[in-house]
Design a binder for this molecule. Structure first.
Ligand SMILES: Nc1nc2c([nH]c(=O)n2[C@H]2C[C@H](O)[C@@H](COP(=O)(O)OP(=O)(O)OP(=O)(O)O)O2)c(=O)[nH]1
Length: 163
């Protein structure tokens, strides 16, 4: 029995997330479908079988915003582990990137509606609740690694730790 549970716990999946920056602005998208629907976020999603993290980051950005980047235009800024004690199967990690140069203009897609925000006016109250703990640090130029433990409702942050 405990072996079965262990196997389930091991099924953590991997996702990507990237933020475009232009002068003092940050591009966020209002997520229209799927996990995080109704929240502003950067662009990203799950790795497909056989994909590297960089390949998935490039593909998800293109699918969700129409923006094309080369892997060399992705600046790695950190990794977070999301733990949902009430729903262990939701556990996943996210690899985060900043993008300063790219090809094309953001367009609305079936998944995301893109919008530029001033970095001093990021709508944290319409984002994942953990973002305010780490996004300012990322935007200040630091590389982060951390763990987010969500509360029973899978929404509120019970604990945030930088490793
Ligand atoms: N800023 C932020 N992003 C998060 C949090 N949790 C979380 O999964 N994300 C990101 C990682 C991914 O970019 C995205 C979820 O990806 P997903 O693959 O589950 O989304 P999806 O339902 O659209 O599925 P798909 O596009 O891969 O098919 O949300 C969070 O707490 N804060």
């Amino acid at each position: 029995m405990s072996n079965t549970l262990k196997k389930e716990d091991d099924k953590m999946y991997t996702t990507t997330l990237c933020f475009l920056l232009k002068k003092d602005k940050i591009l966020l998208g209002m997520k229209k479908t799927g996990f995080g629907q109704g929240k502003y976020n950067g662009f990203g999603g799950k790795l497909k079988d056989g994909e590297t993290i960089l390949q998935a980051t490039v593909r998800e950005l293109k699918e969700e915003s129409g923006i094309q980047v080369a892997e060399g235009q992705l600046a790695y800024v950190g990794k977070l582990d999301f733990i949902f004690p009430a729903s262990p199967q939701l556990r996943h990690d996210v690899h985060i990137f900043l993008v300063h140069t790219w090809q094309g203009e953001p367009v609305e897609t079936k998944e995301m509606k893109p919008q530029w925000f001033s970095q001093s006016d990021i709508p944290y109250n319409e984002m994942w609740q953990d973002d305010i703990y780490w996004l300012p640090t990322v935007l200040a130029g630091k590389i982060i690694e951390g763990t987010v433990i969500f509360a029973e409702n899978n929404e509120d942050v019970a604990e945030f730790k930088f490793l």
